[in-house]
Design a protein around this ligand. Structure first.
Ligand SMILES: [Zn+2]
Length: 294
C-alpha cells in the first residue's frame, strides 16, 4: 500500500515580531485621511491601539481586524484628531467580545483646558459619563487608567513589561496640550511613535527612539517659512525630523499625520529629511501595514 503525503509541508511564513497597521494617517483637517490612529500587532496578533482619531472605527471594520486581544490603549495626547474615536473603539471591541474586558489606558496628565487621561475616560464611559451605558453594552468592561508625567524633565518610564513586550514613554511638548511619546519593544524589535510634538521636545524623543527599527514621526508642517508661524509651536518641521532620526540612529522613518500642504510637497519634505538621514523614508497612508523586524 502506498501512503501519499501532502506535497507541501512548508511551515507557515514567520510572523514579524511587530507590525503596525495605520488606521489613520491624517490630522485635524478632513481631506480623506482618518485622524491619527494605529493598531500594533505583537507576534502577529493585534494587541495595542495607539491613538484613536476620527475614522479609526471605520478603518478597523474595513481591515477586518480582530480586536479580541486589544486591551492596551496608548494615547499620545487628547486633541480630537487623536482621541475622537476612543468611545467608538470601546464599542467595536465590546461587540466582538466573548467575555469581560479589562482595559489599561495610558495617556498624559492634564493641564489647562485638557483633562488628565483618567478624567477623560471617565467623562466618556464613567458612571456619570456621556456614554455610561458602554461599560455594560456588549461586554462587562473595566478601565485602569494611568496618567503620565508631562514635564519635559520627567524621567522616561516603563509602563508595560510582560512576556517580552515592553512599552516605555517619555513626555514631549505640543504647544499647550500635554503630550507623550511611546516606545514599543518585542523580541529586540522596536517601534517608536512621536505623537504630535514641537521641536522643543526633540532631546526626549531622540533618547526614547535610540536605535529603533522604525520611528513614526508626525509630519504636519513644511520647513519654515512654508507653514503658518504658529504651527511651529506645535509641530516639528522636516529638517529637524531628519536630524532627530539621524541622532537617534533609527533604521527607518514613517511620516504620518500628514497635512494637505505636506502631502502636496512630498519631494521637498523627503529631500529636507535626506539632508541628515540616510535610512528609508516612507509616507504613511490609511490601511498601510508595516511589518517591523522581519
Ligand atoms: Zn494631531
Amino acid at each position: 500500500m502506498v501512503i501519499s503525503f501532502p506535497v507541501c509541508l512548508r511551515a507557515a511564513p514567520a510572523k514579524p515580531a511587530l507590525e503596525v497597521v495605520v488606521l489613520g494617517s491624517g490630522g485635524p483637517r478632513a481631506f480623506g485621511r482618518a485622524g491619527s490612529s494605529y493598531i500594533v500587532l505583537v507576534g502577529g496578533r493585534p494587541r495595542i491601539l495607539l491613538d484613536a482619531g476620527p475614522g479609526a472605527f471605520l478603518r478597523i471594520g474595513e481591515l477586518d481586524l480582530d480586536l479580541d486581544k486589544v486591551d492596551t490603549v496608548l494615547l499620545t495626547h487628547l486633541h480630537i484628531d487623536h482621541s475622537g474615536d476612543l468611545a467608538a473603539f470601546f464599542n467595536a471591541r465590546a461587540l466582538t467580545s466573548d467575555g469581560p474586558i479589562g482595559y489599561r489606558v495610558f495617556g498624559p496628565d492634564g493641564a489647562g483646558l485638557f483633562p488628565k487621561t483618567s478624567r477623560f475616560v471617565d467623562l466618556l464611559v464613567g458612571g456619570d459619563g456621556a456614554f455610561a451605558y458602554q461599560k455594560t453594552f456588549g461586554a462587562q468592561e473595566s478601565f485602569t487608567v494611568r496618567d503620565l508625567a508631562i514635564s519635559l524633565d520627567s524621567a522616561r518610564t516603563t509602563i508595560v513589561d510582560e512576556d517580552g513586550l515592553a512599552v516605555e514613554e517619555i513626555a514631549t511638548h505640543h504647544g499647550d496640550c500635554p503630550s507623550v511619546a511611546y516606545r514599543i519593544s518585542y523580541k529586540s524589535v522596536v517601534v517608536v511613535f512621536s505623537g504630535d510634538m514641537d521641536a522643543s521636545a526633540l532631546p526626549n524623543l531622540v533618547q526614547l527612539a535610540k536605535n529603533a527599527d522604525l520611528l513614526i514621526f508626525n509630519c504636519a508642517v513644511l520647513d519654515p517659512p512654508g507653514s503658518p508661524e504658529q504651527l511651529y509651536g506645535l509641530h516639528t518641521p522636516p529638517k529637524k525630523i531628519g536630524e532627530a532620526a539621524r541622532k537617534s540612529e533609527v533604521k527607518s522613518l514613517l511620516l504620518s499625520h500628514l497635512a494637505p500642504d505636506v502631502e502636496g510637497q512630498k519631494d521637498a519634505v523627503r529631500k529636507s529629511i535626506r539632508a541628515s538621514f540616510a535610512g528609508s523614508v516612507t509616507f504613511a497612508s490609511d490601511r498601510m501595514r508595516v511589518p517591523v523586524g522581519k
